[in-house]
Ligand binder design. Structure first.
Ligand SMILES: NC(=O)c1ccc[n+]([C@@H]2O[C@H](COP(=O)([O-])OP(=O)(O)OC[C@H]3O[C@@H](n4cnc5c(N)ncnc54)[C@H](O)[C@@H]3O)[C@@H](O)[C@H]2O)c1
Length: 268
């Protein structure tokens, strides 16, 4: 694929898991600023409804299971055409949680979670690279989580995938410097979405800390990461005061202290 510079001036963003929650809030935030939106999800009806809401000429949408490389290839190609030859920001947002003691969830659910939360991000970065390279100062934003700071009981495999995404982000951000592409992540604590309402809210840690972030808060952080000069972007952005505090403490305190605090918050 050639390295031609795009001439179209409308910036574009490709978002996975865009039918609901944080993904949907990101789509709405960027659409409000006039960006061209790519909205993808396994919930096809959900992203088609979003497309109708945003306006068909300003949004390309469709079914994409992030664990399936063929879905990625097909939708990236269609998006790039619809966006008139540019991909400014890829947001690897789609994710699922399994909230239980590790052994109580069937192994197949842990495998599926890894396929979505980790392999989905790897798939997206691998297949989007040719398109990102054709757009000057493009960037990737990965949805990480405060659970990447220290493994969370009742979210063991989920935390493991987010820690892996965090380290993948760090490595790729260095590798892709040679392509002028920044790779960064956001780390929120609990956000008021269906993921927390349906599943995660049964954790004692949620009752201890509360749910203080909205999907719009995360969308606002990602908006700032899309606007900033490439050299000014932090690799990791903890979202909200509470998360910033935990981020700082996890760096300053010894592992035994992080373990103790995590266990106490989880009621252990
Ligand atoms: N909600 C939180 O507290 C929280 C905190 C930190 C990080 N996150 C991360 O933010 C991201 C979005 O979470 P959310 O809270 O908006 O969740 P959500 O459950 O509200 O929405 C997730 C969306 O992803 C879609 N999805 C699920 N599997 C998919 C797949 N295989 N391919 C494509 N789409 C798929 C769902 O259909 C849904 O529309 C996730 O990566 C999550 O881990 C969430």
């Amino acid at each position: 694929m050639s390295q031609t510079t795009s001439i179209n001036s409308t910036r574009s963003i490709f978002i996975t898991g865009a039918a609901a929650g944080i993904g949907r809030a990101i789509a709405e935030r960027f659409a409000k600023a006039g960006w061209f939106i790519g909205a993808y999800d396994v919930d096809e009806a959900g992203v088609m409804a979003l497309r109708a809401q945003l306006g068909a000429h300003r949004c390309h949408a469709g079914r994409l299971d992030v664990s399936n490389p063929d879905d990625w290839a097909r939708q990236l190609e269609a998006f790039f055409k619809a966006a008139d030859g540019r991909l400014d920001v890829l947001v690897n947002n789609a994710g699922v949680a399994v909230t239980s003691y590790f052994e109580e969830a069937e192994l197949i659910r842990h495998h599926r979670l890894i396929d979505i939360n980790l392999k989905g991000v790897v798939n997206g970065c691998h297949l989007a690279l040719p398109y990102l390279r054709r757009t000057p100062q493009s960037r990737v934003v990965n949805l990480c989580s405060a659970s990447a700071l220290y493994g969370q009981p009742m979210l063991s495999t989920y935390s493991a995938t987010k820690a892996a995404v965090r380290s993948f982000t760090e490595a790729l951000d260095i590798e892709w410097q040679r392509f002028d592409i920044r790779v960064v992540d956001v780390l929120p604590l609990f956000v008021n979405t269906a993921m927390v309402a349906n599943d995660v809210s049964k954790m004692k840690t949620v009752q201890t800390l509360g749910v203080r972030l909205s999907a719009d808060d995360i969308a606002a952080s990602i908006w700032r990461l899309a606007q900033g000069a490439p050299g000014s972007l932090p690799v990791h952005t903890p979202v909200g005061m509470q998360t910033k505090l935990f981020y700082l403490l996890s760096k300053l305190s010894p592992d035994w202290m992080n373990r103790l605090v995590t266990a106490r918050m989880a009621g252990h």
